[in-house]
Design a protein around this ligand. Structure first.
Ligand code: ASP
Ligand code: MG
Length: 303
């Protein structure tokens, strides 16, 4: 079983999302997909907090902007009918909760780390439901499981949490293996987990890569694939240096170093859970715009 991470950069524009669907339909059954929020949504959620703090009259328009973004995509990828209706009902439920959180924040006149983490976790909840619903409408067996419902347990540090791997491994195996055995495509929203006290805690911006590695480590996956909207690691920035070449193989250390120095293909924390579990799992970076290209392979040690 593989864990596939789909980045927000690939979830941009109706056409691209349609291509991602086809790819997941072909390559996803029996595997776990850790998904980011649609491109730009986490920023909208976070900016919405300052707007809501200032003026509660801004809240309805924050909610309708988020709704429009998702409906625009949903209309394109889910045919009208029962799957579409179910999706819009779920979307409204999520947005009702979110709206209450924004009002709560305005009422208390404070953006606490706790409420900030709950609010910013909504992008991944919405995208997982959207993509799973679209796949179901195509007749595929797809579902999603929320990290806080399946016991992706963290240390409780808001905005920069770390997963508790032994407990998470036990919980995730129990909850996800039966679904995978049935050949289902199982989505898990990235970016957050839940503390033992029950608080939603995020892994920091860009943290869905880390989530994917946590899930891969917890499930003893055979491979972690990171689907992005770039070809892989490059020897230089192709925007400035046209001769830039793809780096086909890197070690864990090299990938982490490159991440810290700006070529942020995978988040620098991604290899942390693999190291902790003493796993030598390969991480394949794949280009969703060119999915048959080899991409870059991150291995425990440079071959
Ligand atoms: N959506 C979150 C962010 O934009 C997490 C992620 O995409 O990795 O930071
Ligand atoms: Mg994102």
């Amino acid at each position: 079983m593989k864990v596939i991470k789909i980045g927000g950069g690939s979830l941009k524009g109706k056409g691209n999302i349609q291509d991602i669907l086809a790819l997941v339909a072909e390559r996803g059954p029996g595997h776990i997909i850790v998904i980011s929020a649609l491109s730009g949504i986490t920023d909208m959620l976070i900016d919405g907090m300052t707007e809501a703090l200032r003026d509660d009259a801004a809240i309805p328009s924050i909610i309708s902007r988020l709704k429009n973004k998702h409906i625009l995509v949903a209309r394109h990828i889910i045919p009208t009918g029962k799957f579409y209706q179910k999706y819009t009902r779920d979307l409204n439920d999520h947005l009702d909760q979110l709206e209450r959180l924004y009002y709560g924040l305005n009422f208390t006149k404070e953006i606490t780390p706790k409420i900030a983490d709950v609010i910013s976790s909504f992008g991944e909840r919405l995208s997982a439901d959207l993509i799973a619903s679209a796949l179901r409408s195509l007749g595929l067996q797809a579902t999603y499981r929320m990290p806080h419902k399946i016991g992706l347990i963290t240390d409780g540090k808001f905005g920069d949490a770390t997963a508790n791997l032994p407990i998470t491994a036990r919980n995730l195996q129990k909850n996800l293996l039966p679904l995978l055995k049935k050949g289902m495509i199982v989505f898990v929203p990235g970016f957050f987990g839940v503390s033992e006290r029950g608080d939603i805690t995020t892994f920091g911006r860009g943290g869905s890569d880390y989530s994917a590695a946590v899930v891969a480590a917890a499930m003893d996956a055979e491979l972690l694939e990171v689907w992005k909207d770039v070809p892989g690691y490059m020897s230089a920035d192709p925007k400035f240096i046209p001769e830039a070449q793809l780096i086909p193989f890197l070690s864990y250390d090299e990938a982490a170093e490159l991440s810290y120095f700006g070529a942020k293909i995978v988040h620098p924390r991604t290899i942390e859970p693999l190291r902790k579990r003493k796993m030598k799992l390969n991480i394949a970076v794949k280009d969703t715009l060119n999915p048959d290209a080899p991409g870059s392979l991150i291995t425990y040690r440079s071959p």
